[in-house]
Ligand binder design. Structure first.
Ligand SMILES: Nc1ncnc2c1ncn2[C@@H]1O[C@H](COP(=O)(O)OP(=O)(O)OP(=O)(O)O)[C@@H](O)[C@H]1O
Ligand SMILES: [Mg+2]
Length: 467
């Protein structure tokens, strides 16, 4: 059973086909596959993983519906609740890596109410739009790889050869073509890489300042364009051919691709597929036990968030972005405040709640050892650079997990972050003297773990200060 022909084109566009730069094309993944991918990095937290996988798959499902139906299917936003260090941000970070969708992670606590100094909440949509444009540009560049490479090659060789004077004879033209062909061969072999050429180095794009009203952003953008030598080409600089190849990539992309259609694609992608991960949402909730003391700025941020989450229009460099179908995933520890301390209207806009479990000893052990790039793998890799073979005995790993749990129970529960402090303490000296042990094997056993942190964990005060 194949995919119906009329959907294929859509999927290909949507997925930014062909897959590039090792990014997995999320839209083709089932919820089970998304969870499978997350499992490689985040241990446990199955409810959260499942809920998010379904929400992401629903983005794709919605795309397959009729336009009319699509309008009515709004995303179900998610609120992740879990104490500190249990993997909330980690899940988002991993999703961002695998996705070919506009995705940004922002901290709710970084925003200030409109009208006050600081970033206003609408700027998250502007940032999302920029991300979308980057994704679309990268995938279009990839599709036009050859054209871009040709443009760069021709441009560089033209600069290296003495120019052909206007009205040159047929013979001169033929000679020029022959030298051009020879240069092309040498270019392909990298023989020209060390030569010097003059190229226009693009100006670094100036971001409009945050907190300005939309009209002002437009004005600022056009001023930057006019002052910046019509936006594109910057000052000429002499560089090696090798560097010129990189520098000319942007120019080639701008010359060959149609900016307006890129923007249109990016706009569609951000409106239909955009995802905002709103971390630290609990920090803008006003705790009910603050005894009537209200924090107007926190409430202000919540009030500003409401229309964006509910669906409004934000001015961005892609034009007006409708936020109705952008998916919001909020996360917070809610130690002090409760989800019910958020404005009721805002609570209602996050209908899916998932709780993340706190970490027990077995989970800590698995986090230490299992994930791709787990802490143990990281430390081993770091010391391999010094030609030291760092080996952990099974009993040592168990002891580390057990002490970490004890420390979490005795003082604050900081989740898996405790593993970092404990490991640092154990490996402090080994790391410091590693260069003296080049070519050797260093074994971390239970006794060493006990020696380094056994006494510390025994005492609550030392735990507080040292771990
Ligand atoms: N379930 C888990 N699986 C693998 N690694 C984890 C897990 N939980 C936490 N970690 C690791 O612990 C560290 C902190 O996790 P993370 O940043 O996700 O915490 P958080 O839940 O967002 O906490 P906070 O509320 O303080 O922001 C990260 O380095 C992460 O890799
Ligand atoms: Mg976090």
């Amino acid at each position: 059973m194949g995919i119906p022909a009329h959907l294929v084109e859509k999927i290909i566009w949507w997925a930014g086909c062909p897959p590039y730069k090792g990014k997995i094309v999320l839209e083709n993944l089932t919820p089970k596959e998304i969870v499978g991918y997350l499992d490689k990095y985040v241990i446990g937290q199955n409810d959260a993983k499942k809920t998010i996988a379904v929400a992401l798959r629903n983005r794709y499902r919605r795309m397959q519906l009729s336009e009319e139906m699509q309008q009515d299917v709004t995303p179900k936003n998610i609120l992740m609740i879990g104490s500190t260090g249990v993997g909330k941000t980690e899940i988002a970070r991993r999703l961002a890596k695998m996705m070919n969708l506009p995705f940004i992670k922002v901290e709710a606590s970084k925003y200030t109410e409109v009208g006050f100094v600081g970033r206003d909440v609408e700027s998250m949509i502007r940032d999302l739009a920029v991300t979308s444009l980057q994704i679309v540009r990268e995938s279009e560049n990839e599709k036009n790889k050859e054209k871009i490479a040709n443009y760069i090659e021709n441009k560089i060789i033209e600069k290296l050869l003495p120019p052909l004077p206007a009205g040159a004879s047929e013979q001169k033209k033929a000679e020029y073509d022959a030298s051009f062909a020879r240069m092309q061969e040498r270019f392909a072999k990298g023989e020209l890489d060390h030569l010097k050429v003059k190229v226009n180095v693009p100006n670094t794009p100036q971001m409009p300042e945050d907190g300005l009203p939309p009209q002002m952003i437009q004005v600022q953008e056009s001023i930057v364009k006019v002052l910046g030598g019509m936006g594109k080409k910057g000052p000429e600089k002499e560089v090696t051919v090798k560097d010129a190849k990189k520098i000319l990539e942007q120019e080639a992309s701008e010359e060959l691709l149609d900016e307006e259609s890129l923007k249109a694609l990016a706009l569609e992608k951000v409106e239909k597929g955009g995802i905002v991960f709103l971390d630290e949402i609990d920090k803008v909730a006003v705790s009910s036990n603050s005894q009537g003391r209200q924090d107007p700025s926190k409430e202000g941020v919540q009030r500003d968030l409401l229309p964006i989450v509910e669906g409004s229009t934000v001015h961005t460099k892609l034009g007006m972005v409708k936020t109705d179908h952008i998916l919001f995933i909020a996360a917070g520890a809610f130690h002090v405040s409760k989800p019910s301390d958020l404005m009721p209207e805002l609570q209602g806009r996050f209908p899916l709640r998932v709780e993340l479990d706190s970490l027990d000893e077995e989970t800590l052990y698995r986090i230490l050892t299992e994930p791709n790039n787990s802490l143990i793998k990281q430390y081993k890799a770091l010391l391999r650079v010094e030609d030291v073979d760092l080996v952990f005995e099974e009993s040592a790993l168990r002891a580390i997990s057990s002490y970490s749990l004890q420390a979490n129970e005795k003082t604050e529960d900081i989740g898996a972050r405790r593993l970092h402090t404990v490991m640092e303490r154990i490996l402090e000296e080994i790391s410091f003297f590693a260069d003296e042990h080049s070519g050797e094997k260093i074994v971390v056993d239970e006794a060493l773990v006990k020696e380094k942190i056994g006494d510390v964990v025994e005492d609550e005060d030392t735990t507080r200060y040292i771990l």
